[in-house]
Design a protein around this ligand. Structure first.
Ligand SMILES: [Fe+2]
Ligand SMILES: [Fe+2]
Length: 363
């Protein structure tokens, strides 16, 4: 939009890069013709619909910035159409046209999100002024919405940086977990590279690995540190951590569903005997299967309250013997390609630094 005065060509009131298009919805052809002629003279492209149903059909096929709609129509009235539009096409503005006896319903429409209303019979000049005003209001709404989304994005980015630190601190205070997630993310990224996964996927795997055990914050301390064998109940308690982690991180990872899947499903097994859902085979995303191998290798080669670390050779044998049952064979083989010499294992714990957030998987 280039002007704030209520004048000038209507086309200049549309958003930058947007084609100036208006959908005119009215069951009376004469009114449609009058409005379309008026708008076309202003350089606006028009679409016409004789009912709400026809209008929705057009909106499903093409982007329309503004709809001018009658209220009383057969099949689907203007009010229902307005509600559908505000629900499904947030950027499409609606101006309702109403008979002078129906001003009350026009006010209800304003509450439902209509930008403005025009009362029939109308003066063409008045209609133009209303449309300009409506488009101006719409561009302010869009700008505000973009600003809100940007802020929300920054808050989430900041929070995810903090959660990575928290996950690291949680492990740092525990002799048996110290540096675990940092090493897991390093192993997992190396496997991902061997599997020729894209950089964004590897970055998402790294983020998910950093946060995969964050749910341990909700597990009883005495279970995590019990020196002897765990009872079934204690084991179930510990194994709640993927569910807790996914619940805690869910609100922040909406744009990275794979990272969330890593947190929730890293204890699933290929043969369906894992937790929490008993997912089997391909039902476990490949990125998760990669992290499971990395996680298990690091768990085996780390000390536990009830045992010293397993020798690396034993841990590697375990990966091989559980290939195809617990572990994805491709991920295991990729691990062996990435670390062909057992002598470099376990890797030194990298220095903590929050990973930059990967590209969004979902908007
Ligand atoms: Fe875990
Ligand atoms: Fe873990």
């Amino acid at each position: 939009m280039t002007t704030t005065a209520q004048s000038g060509s209507i086309t200049s009131y549309f958003l930058e890069g947007e084609s100036p298009k208006v959908l005119v919805v009215d069951d009376e052809a004469a009114i449609r013709v009058a409005l379309v002629r008026l708008l076309k003279a202003e350089g606006v492209t028009c679409r016409e619909a004789g009912s709400g149903v026809e209008a929705l059909d057009i909106l499903e096929r093409e982007a329309v910035p503004l709809v001018i709609s009658d209220l009383r129509m057969p099949q689907m009235d203007g009010f229902t159409l307005l509600k559908e539009i505000t629900r499904r096409w947030k950027r499409t503005g609606v101006v309702v046209v109403t008979a002078s006896t129906e001003v009350d319903s026009a006010v209800v429409c304003l509450n439902e999100g209509a930008l403005d209303y025009v009362v029939k019979p109308f003066q063409l000049e008045e209609v133009l002024a209303r449309i300009r005003q409506a488009l101006e209001k719409r561009s302010m709404k869009v700008a505000l919405e973009q600003h809100r989304e940007e802020l929300e994005r920054r808050v989430v980015d900041l929070a995810l940086g903090n959660f990575q630190s928290w996950a690291d601190m949680l492990e740092e205070r525990d002799l048996y977990l110290r540096g675990h997630s940092l090493r897991v993310s390093q192993y997992a990224a190396a496997i991902g590279r061997e599997l020729r996964m894209g950089e964004d996927t590897i970055a998402t795997i790294t983020l998910g690995s950093r946060l995969h055990d964050i749910g341990k914050i909700g597990v009883k301390e005495e279970c995590l540190h019990k020196p002897g064998r765990l009872t079934e109940e204690e084991y179930q308690d510990i194994m709640q951590h993927p569910v807790i982690g996914a619940r805690l991180m869910g609100p922040y990872l909406g744009r990275w569903p794979t990272a969330l899947a890593i947190i929730r499903s890293h204890h699933e097994r290929l043969d369906g005997k894992g937790l929490p859902e008993g997912l089997r085979g391909d039902a476990i995303p490949q990125a998760v299967r990669v992290v499971t191998v990395a996680d298990s290798l690091d768990a085996m080669t780390s000390p536990r309250p009830y045992r010293p670390p397993l020798p690396v050779e034993r841990a590697l044998q375990e990966l091989t013997s559980c290939k195809g049952k617990q572990f994805d064979p491709d991920a295991v083989e990729a691990f062996f390609r990435a670390f062909p010499r057992a002598g470099v294992l376990p890797v030194a714990t990298p220095v903590f630094e929050p990973v930059p957030l990967p590209a969004h998987e979902r908007e």
